[in-house]
Design a protein. Structure first.
Length: 291
């Protein structure tokens, strides 16, 4: 049985086939590919987009969805997560979609269940469906010609699971990540070019991905206020100029901290296109994994 824990679970050919289905699902909304199937979502961390995107994806495929409310579940009565998942598995769902703050937790469940596990984000580790929808958005924008393209990933790269998944996935399709961050948000290895400011690389990149500062994952306070961070890292019209660059963000966006109001209105910003593609990519993933 196949699971989706990190993007390396899918080979490049599989991703290309997945994107064929994604294109089909972007045109074909509701269908019956998964009618009679049951999908469980189990979110131990907050989510707006990812959870609703998965639920809409499953429903558009004709599946039933049960979303466990972890606040009122037996977890609050002291049950371990492994026992919660074993009990859910005994009810024979066709897939379990899980988000948790602990790195590696979704991967540790795969040998305890009889259905695919889909990682909807584990701590700072991985967010494979987000990276796949980001890649899809880039592929479509450049008509499949991604070789040699460069992407600036801006902000809290070190604690972002979105960045962690993208820097592994995008180079497989010829896209070079360049990290733009203050020292405390950079990777502590030099596998990628890392610079301090977007203006240093703005003339060489094709895509800019802005990230939210992951305050909930920091053990230290780096900024008295996010306005301090925004002075150097907010994506503005001034830094973009009239360059032909695609602007992405996984959401939620902190307005005028991550991206200025003006750039959120700009045609080069494809954030809502990412959200639309997210449903179609997740439909393709559910179709692929659920037998
Ligand atoms: N929604 C993304 C995530 O779950 C990005 C973020 O929260 O900043 O990682």
């Amino acid at each position: 049985m196949k699971h989706l824990i990190t993007t390396s679970d899918f080979g490049s050919d599989e991703i290309e086939a997945l994107f064929e289905d994604t294109r089909m699902f972007n045109d074909l909304q509701s269908n019956t590919y998964l009618s009679g199937k049951l999908v469980v979502t189990l979110f131990f961390e907050n989510s707006t987009r990812t959870r609703s995107s998965f639920e809409i994806a499953a429903k558009r495929l004709g599946a039933e969805v049960v979303s466990l409310d972890v606040g009122t579940s037996s977890r609050s009565k002291g049950e371990t997560i492994f026992d919660t998942v074993a009990n859910l598995n005994a009810m024979k769902p066709d897939a379990i979609i899980i988000r948790h703050s602990e790195c590696g937790l979704p991967g540790s469940l795969t040998d305890k269940v009889d259905c695919p596990i889909i990682n909807a984000g584990d701590g700072t580790n991985a967010h494979p469906t987000q990276a796949l929808l980001d890649l899809f958005t880039i592929v479509e924008h450049f008509d499949g010609d991604t070789q040699g393209k460069k992407i600036a990933i801006v902000g809290d790269v070190k604690t972002s699971r979105v960045a962690a998944s993208n820097v592994k996935l995008l180079p497989r399709f010829g896209i070079e990540p360049i990290i733009v961050a203050p020292e405390h948000f950079k990777f502590n290895h030099n596998d990628f070019k890392q610079v301090n400011s977007l203006s240093e690389v703005i003339d060489e990149v094709d895509v800019v991905m802005s990230l939210r500062t992951q305050l909930e994952r920091h053990s230290e306070v780096y900024y008295a206020s996010l306005q301090e961070y925004a002075k150097d890292y907010c994506i503005t019209q001034e830094v973009f100029g009239d360059r032909d660059i695609l602007l992405l963000h996984p959401g939620p966006v902190n307005r005028n901290v991550d991206i200025s109001d003006e750039m959120l209105e700009d045609k080069r910003n494809k954030i809502l296109e990412q959200v639309t593609n997210g449903v179609a990519v997740r439909m393709a993933i559910l179709k692929k994994l659920i037998k």
